[in-house]
Ligand binder design. Sequence first.
Ligand SMILES: *Cc1c(COP(=O)(O)O)cnc(C)c1O
Length: 459
Amino acid sequence: MEGFKTIIEPFKIKMVEPISITTYSQRKHYLESAHYNPFLLNSDQVMIDLLTDSGTSAMSSEQWAGIMRGDESYAGARSWRRMKEVVHELTGCPYLLPTHQGRAAERILYSYLGGKGKTFISNTHFDTTRANIEFSGAEAIDIPIPEGTVPSLEHPFKGNMDLKRLEALIAEKGAQNIGAVVLTVTNNSGGGQPVSMENAREIGSICKKNHVLFILDCCRIAENSYYIKHREAGYEHYDYKTIAQEMFNLADGAIMSAKKDGLVNMGGFLALRDKELSEACQNLLIITEGFTTYGGLSGRDMEAIAIGLEEVFEPDYLVYRIKSTAFLGDHLTSLGVPIIRPVGGHAVYVDAKSFYPHIPVEEYPGQALVCELYLKGGIRSVEIGSVMFGKYDEAGKLVPAAMELVRLAIPRRVYTQSHMEFISEVFEKLLPDKESVTGLEITQEPKFLRHFTAHFRRL
Ligand SMILES: *Cc1c(COP(=O)(O)O)cnc(C)c1O
């Protein structure tokens, strides 16, 4: 829509799902019952659910039609062949392993490549990626570029990996001890920030030179391609899919949670170039996921993924997607709410440490903001800080995460502009008495991925 400043949703609504509107006192009760952890809320206690953009997309009428066409044959299903063709064309990888979601692909690949003494290197490992690597006994090291960890700093490709540190780490650990280099596009935990083609190309050649496996964690490859086209010199005239194909071409394989840019509610895959590696992974696939032509998926899921992976590269969709996220981020910036700049593709990340400077990191300022957003406006968000990534040292003292963020993840094709305006208004209402907000302490937590189930108490 050239010449207009209003970006309209490039779709019409054909089916609606009611949101239950709650009162402040109801939400107070719900949050207490959920031990101040919104992961433990029921979804119908939430008005606007920004917990995640994962598996929360609205499918298109084409995808729903595909659901009906799904071929549920155990072996060699038509829907499998369709998904395989689409993924093959996109990634160029000859071997495809379908999985029920991204982490299943991660478990298969990283349990095979991992183990004690192995090191994995990433711009930033996503939480399930890190958990799968560490569970195998290997270590996971994050090396974002320094600019990537300064929330207020503007940089076109804050998701980039630090190449000097990559070379130094490979030399220090020994190339044979590197399980894989994992490039997350866009960089989810690092702020939904894009990775440039140049950075990916350099990583590819460093990996090749050292005979180290290079894996793309490509959940948001279409969103990343948008930024390359609009920010990286030389890509102005490329279409989004061609850009994605060029990036896949640099890697030895890819892991995708199709719950993101696959525009589906469930699904994922592992795509590989190497025959031997893919055969080893296939054995693990059959043990825990399913036969090689469906993995953990129904035929209808594979059909919907095939369609979603094509729709996600449509220019009208991608422009709307990126601009509607930026619309929310720019509104928050104009209110003076500190967010990671520039705004990422799938989410707005609020810098909770500077929003609540009076709350020490040991009292989880991010979790405090998550609770306030719910209490004030029924908005569910997620802390990405020391609750998610904090560790304890030997003395039991918290080793905090690099940043204390709150992620407002925007589901794809689900909410409209008025929902985005409402979210801004909720922030506006949080501003006047923000100094009176207190932190939290953890009263109960599991060993891995504690943010999902931890219980908190208000201080
Ligand atoms: C979501 C996600 C995963 C894990 O995928 P699931 O489908 O949730 O298991 C891995 N990496 C990144 C970057 C993700 O965003």
